[in-house]
Structure formats: C-alpha cells, structure tokens
Design a protein around this ligand. Structure first.
Ligand code: CO
Length: 134
C-alpha cells in the first residue's frame, strides 16, 4: 500500500493563465496538459517537475470546493497527491488505520486516473489525494 512517489503538489489559483505565465517567467516551466474536470469543478494544468508535477487548480465557480477554499484561505497549496499502485488496497489500509476518507471508493480524476481524497483532519490540516498509476 505504501505510496510510490509524490504524484503532484496542487496550488489553488484565481487566474490560471496568470499563474502559468508566472511559473514560466520565474522558473522556466511549462505545462504538458490543461483540462477542465467538471466533476471536481476545476480547470487544472499539470507542469512536470522532476519525478512529479506541479498542478495549478482554478475553480470553475465560487461554490466549488476549490472556490470555497480560495474564499476561506486564499491562494496557496491545496493538496498533495501520493501515487499508489492499488487504490482500493490503499483506501482499505487507511480506513483500517482510522484515517477519515473523503472518498471511500475511487473516482475518476484528471488524466483519467482513479483518485480518492483523505480528509485534512487526518494529517495536519493537509488534504491528501491518492492517485492510482499502474
Ligand atoms: Co490533485
């Protein structure tokens, strides 16, 4: 069940075009993909960085989870995503260990990966996403 890698670190932003331009201007990094994930209410861009990605997240509406995050906490790190090989096994392990699961069964996230979230109450107010990559 152990995570294999850091899959991505996600930053919530208000202006995705502006944030992408700053990432390119300051760090010379460019995205490999950009997509709207309607089910999560976000538009997201994935920027390769070493063995993982920097993910920029922009809410599609003020009422979406990321929109509410921005209203409450402002721009900043929103979650970290851990890559796992078997997401059902990871969820079973975490549930048995007492973690508070936002998703008890996987859903489909960006890039078509199966994902699930673990509540921030389970680890230092930090939202953790599991991403299954075989
Ligand atoms: Co993510």
């Amino acid at each position: 069940m152990l995570p294999l890698n850091l899959h991505h670190t996600a930053i919530a932003v208000r202006d995705l075009d502006g944030a992408l331009a700053e990432v390119k201007r300051l760090y010379g990094l460019e995205p490999v993909s950009r997509e709207r994930v309607e089910e999560q209410g976000v538009e997201e861009a994935m920027i390769p960085l070493g063995g993982s990605y920097l993910q920029l997240l922009m809410p599609l509406s003020a009422e979406s989870p990321v929109g509410l995050f921005l209203a409450g906490r402002g721009e900043g790190i929103h979650h970290m995503a851990l890559q796992v090989a078997d997401i059902e096994a990871a969820l079973a392990h975490l549930g048995a260990a007492g973690a508070e699961l936002v998703d008890t069964t996987p859903r489909i996230g960006g890039g078509g990966h199966r994902i699930a979230f673990v509540h921030p109450r389970s680890l230092a107010s930090t939202l953790v996403e599991l991403v299954e990559v075989e």
